[in-house]
Design a binder for this molecule. Structure first.
Ligand SMILES: Cc1ncc(COP(=O)(O)O)c(C=O)c1O
Length: 349
């Protein structure tokens, strides 16, 4: 599929200090947009970043028929630009779209749009360590109609924003046992807008209690650890990397999957299984050294300092020799080309 590239009249701006930018607030100069109408994708183009003109009746605005992805491009040691695990993000995007009854974007359109946009806005690639270009592909139902139905018209778009890692200090989290993010058979495995809107209220309550985030538990009994905010949760206990298995209600995180592979290859024992709140509590009370961290594209590896279970707060191990920092370094080294990409995870623009 061919598309036109309209280049902004503004001189390209270059970001020098990503650390001082609020995450996701500053878009790059351009965006990609394609329209879905009459059963096909049309009018794909790259334009200057601008507001959208959509109907107030747009189905996506009322009924949450929206899906998004989040990935990152990195400046490599040799000066090239790497979009990390683009294929895996594309596959998850397709799964989310299927779950929300939205049309898939053809792989070649997705890849070409990503490549062209990142290339065009490459002046926005931060060069500093721990910084990257955050890429947000997303789709919204634009058909204008107040009626609960599957839309027939959509916009697929990609926007980018230079980013430093999302969390800059170790996190205090609370195991959530009243509210739920997702239930069996729900949309927890899809990256759809409603999952996030529904999480705001319990997260806000946790913030008021002094926490940064909640750790979700299973909706049925609130006994099993699920994930946290926009991160999968991982633990390092007794030389073993442990993470909740993909249950059908948590997101199949790309960072999670990458870290598990990296750990296995480094000879670290890995367990993907049910992790119960009771088991964690018992281990903390027995004085076991526990590392806990969130893993996600935006957060990368976010150390957790405090986990509250009920009315008790437990401290996790966050000293400099913790295994999670080694895992983070291994992931970062791979993404910037410091170590070989044996899995073909890097897409060089
Ligand atoms: C709910 C949720 N869980 C986990 C993750 C981590 O996934 P990934 O590593 O693919 O960014 C994200 C972020 O996308 C998320 O939104």
């Amino acid at each position: 599929m061919e598309f036109n590239i309209a280049i902004t009249a503004l001189p390209e701006r270059v970001v020098t200090d990503t650390r001082s930018l609020p995450f996701g607030k500053v878009p790059t100069d351009h965006m990609f947009i394609a329209e879905y109408k009459d059963g096909k994708w049309t009018d794909a183009r790259i334009t200057p970043f601008q507001d959208l003109n959509i109907s107030p009746l747009a189905i996506g605005l009322h009924y949450g028929q929206t899906v998004f992805e989040g990935m990152k491009a990195f400046s490599m040691e040799d000066g090239k630009i790497n979009i990390f695990r683009m294929q895996k993000h594309y596959e998850r995007f397709c799964k989310s779209l299927d779950r929300m009854c939205m049309p898939r974007v053809p792989q070649n359109l997705f890849n070409e749009a990503m490549h062209q946009l990142v290339h065009l806005d490459s002046g926005w690639m931060p060069g500093e360590a721990e910084s990257s270009l955050y890429i947000r592909p997303f789709m919204i139902a634009t058909e204008g109609r107040i009626g609960v139905k599957i839309a027939e018209e959509y916009l697929f778009m990609i926007v980018c924003s230079p980013a430093y890692q999302y969390y800059t200090a170790p996190l205090k989290v609370k195991v959530e046992t009243t509210y739920s993010r997702a239930a069996d058979g729900g949309t927890g495995t899809a990256k759809c807008g409603g999952n996030y809107g529904g999480a705001f209220y319990p997260t806000q309550l946790a913030r008021e209690q002094g926490f940064d985030q909640v750790i979700w538990t299973d909706a049925r009994n609130h006994e099993l650890i699920e994930e946290s905010g926009t991160m999968n949760v991982m633990f390092y206990i007794n030389d073993t990397l442990i993470t909740p298995a993909l249950s059908g209600s948590i997101l199949d995180g790309v960072t999670r999957s990458s870290l598990l592979d990296i750990a296995r290859e480094a000879g670290i024992k890995v367990e993907e299984r049910q992790v119960s709140v009771a088991e964690l509590k018992e281990a903390f009370e027995a004085g076991t050294r526990i590392e806990a961290f969130g893993a996600g594209t935006a957060a990368v590896v976010a150390p957790i300092e405090i986990i509250a279970i009920g009315d008790k707060s437990y401290s996790c191990y966050i000293q400099a020799d913790a295994a999670m920092y080694r895992l983070k370094t291994m992931l970062n080294d791979l993404r910037i080309g410091k170590t070989p990409d044996n899995h073909s995870w890097n897409y060089i623009v």
